[in-house]
Design a protein around this ligand. Structure first.
Ligand SMILES: [Zn+2]
Length: 164
């Protein structure tokens, strides 16, 4: 196992978590570490773009009868905002996932990471793939507009802190 990689900037955190979600999650983190770091470097260098994976992310998110957070199949799924609207997301950014009644009622307009980690007490490394993909894309675009991609950031829960 190589020394743990510790991202310290907003863009590094975004690329790192995006690399993690793009690399098939089923084989487990330990086994995939080398692939994740390689993907991270390719994203950071611009060789690969996050938008290259838009179609895949959206395709998985098209299941209208499956909760994007807990995986429950339900005919009562409803659209929920991944990033709170109060953040002021640019028009046209995809920010909705389908959620079961329980998750939708619990999540509401809360920040995804804060809700997942602090309220549901689930590990940061297990934020579901589709909501996290959208969350990272929006964070990237907003930090880009705000010139804050290179600002300091110590964890996933802080990637919106520089957005005014
Ligand atoms: Zn659910």
């Amino acid at each position: 196992m190589p020394a743990p990689f510790v991202p310290r900037k907003v863009e590094d955190i975004i690329y790192y978590y995006y690399a993690k979600l793009v690399i098939a999650p089923s084989a487990g983190f330990q086994k995939n570490y080398g692939f994740i770091i390689d993907m991270y470097k390719r994203l950071k260098s611009g060789e690969i773009r996050m938008s290259d994976y838009d179609r895949e992310i959206l395709r998985i998110g098209e299941k209208n009868d499956e909760c994007a957070f807990c995986g429950t199949k339900s005919s009562n799924c409803q659209p929920v905002h991944v990033v709170p609207r109060s953040i002021g997301i640019p028009p046209g950014m995809h920010n909705l996932v389908m959620a079961c009644e329980t998750c939708a009622t619990s999540k509401q307009e809360k920040d995804l990471i804060h809700w997942w980690c602090n309220e549901l007490k689930k590990p940061r490394d297990e934020v579901p793939r589709i909501p996290l993909g959208l969350y990272l894309k929006i964070a990237y675009e907003m930090n880009k507009i705000n010139f804050s991609l290179k600002k300091e950031c110590n964890n996933l829960g802080e990637i919106f802190t520089h957005i005014s």
